[in-house]
Design a protein around this ligand. Structure first.
Ligand code: ZN
Length: 408
């Protein structure tokens, strides 16, 4: 898919530049929880984004083009020290990437400083906040957000003092813990102390090689946490972006977790990339028709999930800020056509910065390098616009869907 998730790519770049292994955090299990079992450190490809949906949005050609533009800028005498170049990349500020005219004027770094840009961006979400309805971000990754910001505190302080302003309509979020290496860390339990944060636990297909008896035992323990509302994100991802993965292993791990979710009567959060027929086969084989399923971050045409939506009457489809991207046509078409009573709002934060926060003020660039759960409001706005509904209607119905799906 040829779209321009430059921010997400920048997140990946940032990750490479500032590797901060999660293992480096000094985290100990909370008293009263099980002692962490040392996990097998099976070799795996480096995984920049948790969900692996990023590479679909940034082709190698685009990256190449960006590099060529940078070289051209240097050759044409535009003064740019390495730090400024990196800043431009992190801001998604390479004009050609956003379809803007490429010129030395725009590319000189004489514009507003980072601090000035952030000062402008901070109240933007509140300006969009024209409703008294509430929403819940049904899928995000607080562990990844904290890691990216090297933040080591509690969620409410992060929300109030660290992040870009949250809108008043934000009510809470469901954070997905899907990296087994982080399952038993203290900070996960700290985050869950916040009244408005719920969670799900599951082994993501990227981490299938880490699945084993010990991880499964942890999951069976964690799934009973009072704030845990689902099993996931689990699923299949055949994009093989970080090297060839064992698809049959992914299937076995996925199937096993589906069986456990059914056993423990937990709703399933499911991710799928280029594996529709295997996913459909396994779900139908293992999961009862009435089971609740959140098909997370649909970026394909709605037709790809139509059969499963008919088969599973309690399947909901999650949409992220990918749908705010004009070039993500399949996802936009799906969001426009999906029945509102089957939709959930999600951000997949820190991924997918909404276009809404990019285009209005900064001509396609943004000072926001990552998203947060408050930005699910932008998904709702986009759905309202595409389906010809009011924002209140979208928020009200998706809030009800969230309650039906997760009981929160
Ligand atoms: Zn995710």
């Amino acid at each position: 898919m040829d779209t321009e998730e430059s921010n997400n790519d920048n997140i990946e770049k940032e990750e490479e530049l500032n590797p901060e292994p999660s293992e480096s955090r000094e985290e100990k299990p909370e008293p009263g929880t099980a002692t962490p079992v040392p996990l097998e450190t099976a070799p795996r490809a480096s995984v920049a984004g948790v969900d692996g949906s990023l590479d679909d949005y940034m082709t190698a050609q685009q990256q190449q083009k960006m590099m060529e533009q940078m070289m051209a800028m240097q050759a044409s005498g535009v003064a740019m020290d390495p730090q400024s170049m990196m800043m431009a990349m992190m801001n998604g500020g390479m004009a050609g990437m956003n379809g803007m005219p490429m010129g030395n004027q725009e590319m000189s770094m004489a514009g507003p400083s980072m601090e000035e840009q952030i000062a402008v961006a901070k109240p933007m979400l509140q300006n969009l906040d024209t409703t008294d309805k509430k929403f819940i971000d049904t899928h995000c990754h607080i562990d990844v957000m904290f890691k990216k910001e090297s933040y080591d505190g509690d969620w409410d302080t992060y929300r109030d003092n660290v992040a870009i302003q949250f809108p008043n309509s934000y009510e809470g979020c469901i954070t997905s813990f899907c990296d087994p290496k982080l399952f038993m860390r203290k900070f996960a339990f700290d985050v869950l102390k916040s009244e408005t944060v719920h969670c799900c636990f599951g082994v993501h297909p990227h981490y299938a090689t880490l699945y084993g008896a010990e991880v499964e035992a942890q999951l069976e323990l964690l799934i009973g946490h009072p704030k845990c509302v689902a099993w996931g994100a689990v699923g299949l991802d055949y994009t093989d972006k970080y090297g060839r993965t064992d698809h049959s292993l992914q299937q076995a791990v996925f199937k096993r977790q589906c069986e456990l979710a059914v056993k423990y009567k937990k709703p399933l959060v499911v991710q799928c990339r280029r594996a529709e027929s295997d996913l459909s086969r396994i779900l139908k084989e293992v999961v009862p028709r009435e089971h609740k399923i959140h098909r997370h971050c649909l970026n394909d045409r709605l037709e790809t999930v139509k059969d499963l939506m008919e088969y599973f009457p309690n399947m909901y489809i999650g949409f992220t800020n990918v749908i705010t991207n004009n070039r993500a046509q399949d996802a936009r078409d799906a969001a426009a056509a999906c029945p509102l009573e089957r939709m959930l709002l999600e951000t997949d934060a820190p991924h997918f910065v909404p276009r809404t926060l990019r285009s209005e003020v900064f001509g396609g660039t943004t000072p926001v390098s990552m998203s947060h759960p408050g930005m699910a409001l932008c998904v709702a706005l986009e759905i309202a616009q595409m389906q010809g509904r009011t924002l209140d209607e979208v928020l009200e119905k998706t809030r009800e869907n969230c309650r039906n799906m997760y009981g929160v």
